[in-house]
Structures are given as C-alpha cells and as structure tokens.
Design a protein around this ligand. Structure first.
Ligand code: MOS
Length: 758
C-alpha cells in the first residue's frame, strides 16, 4: 500500500531518530510540516473550478423568517447562487432529522431547514460565488425579514424553569446519591454552603471551522473538513444526503485545534455539501471567527455546593446541585456534578442536575465538559471548608482520601493521587505556606498559594487498526483516527516503532481519512488507550506471524526458538542478546515472495472487568498568584500540575497537553468572559479584541509532573489512561483558592476580573 493520502504525505520522524521507548520525550513527527506551512488544513485544499460559500446569519434569537430578498446579492458579479430554506435542494435526511453519532437527545439543528429561527447567529443563507470576496460582499446584501417571538437567554433569570433531563431521551446516566446528606449536613459541626456561577465559554481553536468539498468528475465527493472524526462526518453526510458510502470520503489529516467543537458535524459541512451537490462543483465554506461564537459553546452553569465535616475534617455530607443551559432543540448534558460523588470518602452524598432550555445553539463539549465547572465548584468549596476548619487545604484532601468510590463502593482501577499530592507539594514548596490569607506580600503585590484536586474519566472505545510491513522495512500503521494537535501521529508511531523494534523514522501512522479502519471521535481523552491499544495489538499480530514465517525459512537460525525468546530489534528478529541469529524482517518477506505483510486488529475495551472499577485520571494543581492590590490585576506566576494518568507513552506531547490545559485554566479563571445582550439574545463580544483568550503574556511558569501509574484495566495493552483533558480540570479552582489566600476575597464566579477583587 502506498500512502492513502498521496498529496498529503504522512508525516514520519526525521532520519536519525532511531529507537524509541515509551516515556521518552520525542518531538512531534508532524511538527516540521506544520511550522513550515506544508501541512494543509481544510480551507487550504485547492480544486479546479472551486467556488466559495459565505454564510449569512440571523439577527434575531427566535421567530420566523417572513421574507428573504436575495436580488442584491445575486446582482454581484461572480455570485452563482444564494441558497435559503426557500430554494435549497430537498434533503431527505433533514426531513427525518437524522443525527450524527455524537448527537445528544432531541432533534439536531439543520441549517436552512425551515423558516424557523432558533438562535441569533443561525445561518439563514449561503451565498456561493466564483471568488471568496464576491461571496463575502454579497452575503452582506442578503435582506431578511423576520417575525420575532419572545426569547430567553438569561440563565440566572430562568433557574425556576429548570427540568430534569430524561435519561433515556438525553442518553445519560443521572447522578445517584447515597446516605442522607441533608440530615448529615444539619447535624455536622462544621459546614459551608456556596453558590457558583460560570458563564459561557467559546471554542477558539486557531483554525476556523472550514470545509472544502472536492467534487470529482464521477461525482465522488472528497471532503476536507475540520473535524474530530472523519468517519462521523462521512456517516452524517451519507445519511443526510442519501449518498452511498463509496461516493463520499471525508479527510482531516491536519486539524488546528478543536477542543470539542469538532466532535459533531458543524453546519458549514452540511452547507458546503448542499452547495456542491446543487451546483455540481467543488465548494469551500469557512466560518468567520464571529460565527464560531454561536455554533455551540461551554454552557452557562449555576451550582450550589454544601459540605459538612466533623471537627477533625472528616467529610459528613456532600450536596452538589447544578443547573445548566441547553437549547430548545436538544438536551445537551454534561452532568457537572458527577465527580463530587467519586473523589472523596463520604457516607452521605446528594447530587442533582437540571437543565434550562434557552434560545441558543445547543452547547457542545469543550475540554473536560462538566468537570471544568463542576470540579471548580467542589474544589473551591473544599478550600472554604478547610478555612472553616482552620486546616491546611491539602491536609483536608488527604484526610478525606477515598480508596473506593464512595457512591458505588467500587475500587479505582488505579489512583495514584497520593503521589500527585506528595510530588506536587514538594516541587511547589507547599510545606512553607502560612495558612492566614494576606500573609505574603511583595511591594504592591499580595502573594497567594492555592491548590485543588482534579479528576476526569478514563474512557476506552472500539477501534480497528491495520499494520503493514513493507519489503523495504517500512511499517505503515493506519486507523481513521484524528490528530487535533494532540500528538496522535507521534504517539501512535512511537507505539508501533517500539513494539516492532524499528527505528522511528521507518514507521508512519496514517490517520484522518474515513476510508481507513474504524476509529472513534478523538474525544474524551480516549485516543491513546483506544487507538494506541489497537496499534499495539496489530503489531503483536504482525510479530507473531513474522515469527512463524521466520521459523519456517530454510536453514533458519530461529527454527527451534521459542517465540517468547525472540526479540525484535533494529529491523530484525533474533534470539535475545544473540545478534548472530538475526533474521532481517525484509528477508522474511522476500523468502515468501511478499512485498508486504498486513495484520488487522480490533481493539475492544475489557467491558466486564472495567465495570468492576471506577476509572479515572487524577491531578493535584498547585499555583501561586500575585495580585496587585491597587489595580486588582492577577498574575499566575507559578503552576505545578501533578497528574496520574496511567503510563505515559509520549512524554513530550503528553506534557504539552497538560500545559495547554493549564493555560486554558488560567484563561478560564481570569479572562474569558462572554456577554449576552439579553434584549437581542445575542453574544456581544464575539471577537478576540473583547473576548480575551490567554496569550503568552498571561502565562508564566508551568511545570508538569507525571505520577508513576500503570492501569491494565483501562488499557490492557499499554497501561495508559488519557491526558487530553485533565490539565484544565481544577486549574481555575487552584487559582481562585490562591486569590483567596492572597487577598482574603472568596470569589465564586469566573472569570475573576479586577472589579471582583477590588
Ligand atoms: Mo473533547 S471536549 O472530548 O473534544
């Protein structure tokens, strides 16, 4: 097999990289392609006769379109069509409300489906032109008349409308409870009760959402799309438009960040396909940064946490309730409170979770959905309780350390959180911390130290992987996985190279093409355990077959060797430490007259075993803030994030994931603030000038520590859990706690802006 994506060479390690082992810090194999601009993203693919689509968006939050005047747009030279709900081609899957594989319960949003407007910023027309400039200009000339209806976009004003999502319909497990938390709370000597508010956060990956549909002469659609799953989007396009599987290929070889925004097909994909089919040409649609502020977001959340303890700090009750917004179309659920029933030892736990339906686009997963807000509330509340008890906040966590999941009584598949506490505290220098707030100062700056515990689920899914050894010694491994900037190319190449004993530069991992073997969405920090487990499994099968073939070769030095005594090293098989018995892999293929040898493996989670355990990654975040007492400006000057996430395979890209999560935690804690003008039900500050995302100037020292952990329940093959999301979890809580330590101010909403501090 040659490269499946010939025009996009599959990246591999540079010559001279040599042998690698799990845990080594290897630079990313796609790094050079990315920084030299050779990596092509969805909006950079060219095609003959390519046309450009630009979306016009609604200006009202709820109502009906009464008329659309497209004459002005159509009069612009170069404009070939203006698609609206009035003239769009019939889409059978629309009428049946087909969903993608990751859709929550309810009815998915369908662009240009009808005259109904569900949210401000909804696409109401697609202008297609021969040039991008003509389409963009014409899109501004589309005139839409509406009949407005009353809308609701204010969470705190509509908490009384909260409802319990129906588990079956919304596809989730409602949080359970144990003991009698209300009674225990009343009876306990030390307690706190706090409310928390988190606003909307918007996905701001560097690359905008984009789709280029390349239409072949035979009508085949090759779709370059910004997505976390080429196969989910291939499946959705096929079903929605009634196109057979072999008529559509979706590719995402390079993705410039996604963070959850690419877990579901975004509307530019649907519109680009609609236009390409209607006009029988290649079409590209790129969303603007503004449009990306209203296509799904981390939902606004209100929470209440009550904690009660005995004088010695032992938790007696945990009560955690959350109300979160969703859209009127779907019950988007991220449960928010789940981790409060899994982390600390406590006999009385009560959890509650409700939704409020608003006139907005459905929220969509964003890095550690649910935990980012829920763990923030729990961990700030734990800090409050520690101060009530006049106890060191880390000591309070240690006192309530759980060896079993307190709700279900199950053991953890692995939980080296204690190591995270020890190593993180030591590295940070926590032991010298004075308990009193406002006790450290440097000129105008108050200094504070805070900490928090993080927890996130360890998911494993099903994947298929193919491993092909070529006669020239190259190993090509493939699966329809994604690399959204996380390091998938690198870690999968490492796993394969280590397993086969090949220099890393001889290995390439192909991903990002829907025709490759099945892989799930790149989400839920699951790719390494899932696809990586598959890579390991496929290489194992390949080795077994090679051993059989080598033993059967005439005069083979391995003829009588036991398979367990054979090692794979430097492109050959040999008896351990006996290089004179080496049989080059190429010679094995040549002896059989093969130019390549392929094995496929299906990775499945160990369901029965997994069910007996709570499976999670943990972290301990320590941070230092400096707060300017006169200006209220906060700098997060030091963060140590100690993470227990199973075996770490690719040390460099794994640490980068944690650093990225911490940066976002800083952004969440201090900067990102979305304002809605409720009169219009519209996000107001949908741009980088007014919605501040942490930049280099906001980021100081960040140190990552990985605990020694090996989890063979989550990952039989690798012992790995996942690192994509845990870095953001509780970083914002550690910062809020450090701000309390610095200033004596307890702030229970994010972002913690100077006005809240002064
Ligand atoms: Mo992630 S929010 O699982 O892409």
């Amino acid at each position: 097999m040659t490269d499946l994506i010939p025009e996009l060479r599959t990246p591999s390690a540079p010559e001279g990289t040599g042998r690698v082992k799990s845990g080594m810090p290897v630079s990313r194999v796609d790094g050079r392609a990315k920084v030299t601009g050779q990596a092509q993203y969805a909006a950079e693919i060219h095609a003959p006769g390519l046309r450009y689509g630009v979306v016009a968006s609604s200006t009202i939050a709820r109502g009906r379109i009464t008329a659309i005047d497209t004459a002005g747009a159509l009069a612009v030279p170069g404009v070939v069509a203006v698609l609206t709900h009035l003239n769009r081609p019939k889409v059978r899957g629309f009428d049946l409300a087909y969903k993608d594989m990751t859709a929550p319960g309810g009815s998915p949003f369908r662009p240009l489906y009808s005259d109904q407007v569900f949210y401000s910023g909804q696409p109401v027309a697609l202008v297609v032109a021969d040039t991008f400039e003509a389409a963009r200009h014409a899109a501004q000339l589309v005139r839409v008349s509406y009949q407005e209806e009353a809308h609701e976009t204010n969470l705190l004003a509509s908490l009384d409308q909260a409802y319990k999502p129906r588990p079956l319909k919304a596809g989730f497990t409602p949080p359970s409870s144990t003991g009698d938390a209300d009674k225990a709370y009343e009876a306990a000597p030390v307690k706190i009760a706090s409310q928390f508010y988190h606003g909307v956060e918007h996905h701001n990956p560097m690359e905008m959402h984009a789709t280029t549909v390349v239409r072949g002469e035979d009508g085949h659609l090759t779709i370059y799309d910004k997505t976390q799953s080429s196969q989910n989007n291939r499946w959705y396009v096929s079903r929605a438009f009634g196109l057979p599987k072999d008529k559509v290929t979706v590719r995402n070889p390079y993705v410039g960040g996604a963070f959850g925004s690419g877990l579901r097909p975004q509307y530019q994909l649907t519109l680009a396909v609609m236009a390409a089919l209607h006009l029988e040409c290649s079409v590209r649609v790129v969303l603007t940064r503004q449009q990306m502020f209203s296509f799904g977001h981390r939902p606004e959340t209100w929470q209440k946490v009550q904690l009660a303890a005995n004088e010695d700090g032992k938790l007696q009750a945990i009560v955690h309730e959350a109300i979160q917004e969703t859209s009127r179309l779907e019950d988007y659920v991220e449960v928010v409170v789940n981790w409060s029933g899994q982390l600390y030892a406590c006999d009385n736990i009560k959890l509650g979770y409700k939704l409020v339906a608003h006139d907005r686009h459905s929220p969509i997963d964003m890095r550690a959905p649910g935990a980012a807000h829920g763990m923030h509330a729990l961990e700030v509340a734990m800090d409050e309780l520690a101060y009530k008890l006049r106890m060191d906040p880390l000591e309070l966590r240690r006192i309530n350390y759980a060896d079993r999941n307190p709700l279900e009584g199950k053991p953890y598949s692995s939980k080296e959180l204690g190591q995270c506490y020890d190593k993180g505290a030591q590295r940070f220098g926590w032991a010298g911390r004075p308990i009193e707030p406002r006790s450290m100062r440097d000129g105008d700056e108050l200094i504070g130290w805070g900490m928090a515990t993080g927890m996130w689920d360890s998911l494993v899914m099903v994947a298929r992987v193919s491993a092909q050894l070529h006669a020239d010694g190259r190993l090509v491994v493939s699966s329809a996985a994604s690399d959204i900037g996380t390091g998938t190319y690198t870690v999968m190449s490492m796993i394969a190279a280590e397993s086969m004993g090949l220099p890393m530069e001889q290995v390439s991992f192909q991903l990002g093409d829907s025709t490759l073997p099945f892989a799930p969405v790149e989400g839920g920090s699951s790719h390494v355990a899932t696809v990586g487990g598959g890579v390991h499994g496929a290489c194992d099968k390949l080795k077994k077959r090679l051993i059989r073939m080598a033993k059967a070769m005439p005069g083979s030095p391995l003829a009588k060797a036991r398979p367990q005594d054979i090692a794979f090293e430097d492109g050959a098989m040999m008896l351990r430490h006996r290089p004179e018995t080496a049989v080059p892999l190429g010679a094995v293929l040549a002896a059989s007259g093969l130019d390549r040898l392929e094995e496929k493996f299906m990775m499945t989670p160990q369901m029965l075993k997994q069910r007996k355990y709570t499976r999670a990654v943990h972290s301990a975040v320590f941070c230092e803030v400096r707060v300017n007492e006169k200006l209220g400006i906060v700098r997060v000057t030091r963060v140590v994030n100690a993470v227990a996430a199973g075996r770490i395979i690719s040390a460099k890209t794994a640490a980068s994931q944690i650093v990225g999560g911490v940066v976002w935690g800083i952004s969440h804690a201090l900067h990102e603030e979305s304002f809605t003008d409720h009169r219009f039900g519209r996000f107001m500050n949908h741009n980088y000038a007014e919605y501040h995302v942490a930049t280099n100037a906001d980021v100081h020292d960040i140190e990552v520590i990985f605990a020694d952990e090996d989890d063979r329940v989550v990952s039989r093959q690798l012992g790995a859990k996942g690192v994509g999301e845990i870095g953001i979890v509780s970083t914002s809580a550690a910062i809020a706690n450090a701000i309390f330590h610095a200033t004596g101010r307890r702030i229970r909403s994010t972002p913690i802006t100077p006005d809240k501090i002064l």
